[in-house]
Design a protein around this ligand. Sequence first.
Ligand code: SAM
Length: 320
Amino acid sequence: MNQHSLLKPKISTRLNHRVHIDSRWRPLGVTEQFLTNADTYHARYYKNDYWKYLVGRALDLAGIDRSSPCRILDIGSGSGNTVFATAELMPNSSIFANDISPQLLQILVGIQDHIPELEGRIEAYCFDLHKDFFADNIFDLVIGGAILHHMLDPEAALKNAARWLRPGGKILLIEPLEVGGHMMAAIYLKLIEVTELELGAQHKLVLFFKAMCQDYEARFGVPRVKPFTKNLDDKWLFHTSYLRDMAEKIGLVLEFVAPTITDSGNLFSNAVRGNLDVAGLGDISAPDSMWNMLEVFDRGITPDLKEFFAPEGIICLSKP
Ligand SMILES: C[S@@+](CC[C@H](N)C(=O)[O-])C[C@H]1O[C@@H](n2cnc3c(N)ncnc32)[C@H](O)[C@@H]1O
């Protein structure tokens, strides 16, 4: 099959430094974070080992044979976290990387250029996932790391991915979960209470916790669209019943939703620490009362319940 017959007949692309760009490309529903600020985004979020763990766990939970010569579509690839992890974990696969950001895909092909073993195994396609772009039934597996919650219309985007997947194929997604979001919002509210007393209402840490609460609140209630939803980068949190309904509507089966983590010991402390690091506040000196409160949550909630409260999950869907 040549590259052209892999696209829907009405689609045309132009090539820019090895990235195939949809001739009608428009950056709808994404902010500058993923476009002109792509370098900063890449520097902040490119973490190969972490994504190798996540993709490996997803493949194993879904029972995917790592040695199979699959044709894989990676949706919302960004600068390549899941793409490079998958290429390493599935050495006989070929991967189609997709993103709406030409800048992030340029970083991705730039990284590929420095890994000679990957020559010819990855093709990058810049287009909006809301568009029916590829021919039907051509992929064996679809992988998406932190992508569905960025979609203006998650159902429309997933419907496209389902169309492009062959019958018997699977879709693996790693996404934030709504139940875990409620738990984290409750924890952040408690941390505001604790830190405000010691540090005052205007302290960086307190303001950060308030921003986290607002961020969660803005995303609760999928698929309810709010006036500001289209302006958010992170638009949604998902839960099992929404995912099951959506899967049924578009002819998929929801196989499972599993927590991303296996060791839930310090789940809540680690989640807060991770978010502080990403926000550049990792070095800030936080009061002991804050860490003690997190320990109360971590000790008091049983491992079983922590699975239920996991902030992020691996979602597996199959096409009958
Ligand atoms: C959180 S990043 C995840 C990137 C990558 N999967 C990773 O794990 O590092 C979300 C990605 O979705 C892309 N994106 C947002 N809206 C999109 C759309 N409508 N179609 C395709 N990609 C989109 C963004 O440009 C961004 O690269």
